[in-house]
Design a protein around this ligand. Structure first.
Ligand code: AMP
Ligand code: ZN
Length: 117
């Protein structure tokens, strides 16, 4: 699996950094966000290092779809599917991306306001 040197999410995917893992398969890992912004706040990441959604992902369509399916599964297992959950990808610094390994936020357990700030 491609791994970027010093990337904390690559380290979590390789079980070399601690995380509360909620789901894992050969393509992705879901784990609790270390600084939750909602009662439920999980992250879903590909095991493969992809810096951001604008990385030219034409050959990764199946993987991207899989991440969405897993996000819904995590929401269901966390019991926020019926009440509502938000799935967010921040791309680049202006949108709030701070970790440059693609991740989907899965958030819920409270009213989610729109538009996000
Ligand atoms: P973003 O700002 O969209 O790049 O989101 C990065 C998210 O990763 C933030 O919500 C952080 O709280 C979270 N985060 C950073 N480091 C870790 C870590 N080691 N384990 C779990 N979550 C992390
Ligand atoms: Zn990485």
């Amino acid at each position: 699996m491609t791994e970027a040197l010093g990337c904390v999410f690559c380290r979590i995917a390789a079980h070399q950094a601690p995380a509360k893992i909620l789901y894992e398969d050969d393509q992705c890992v879901a784990f609790e966000d270390i600084r939750p912004r909602a009662p439920v706040h999980a992250l879903v990441i590909p095991k493969k290092h992809i810096a951001a959604l604008d990385a030219g992902l034409e050959t990764d369509e199946a993987l991207l779809g899989h991440l969405l399916v897993v996000s819904a599964r995590v929401a269901r297992e966390k019991g926020i599917d019926r009440s509502g959950f938000r799935t967010v990808i921040n791309t680049n610094a202006g949108a709030g991306q701070t970790v440059f390994h693609l991740h989907l936020h899965v958030m819920g357990g409270r009213i989610m306001h729109w538009p996000p700030g």
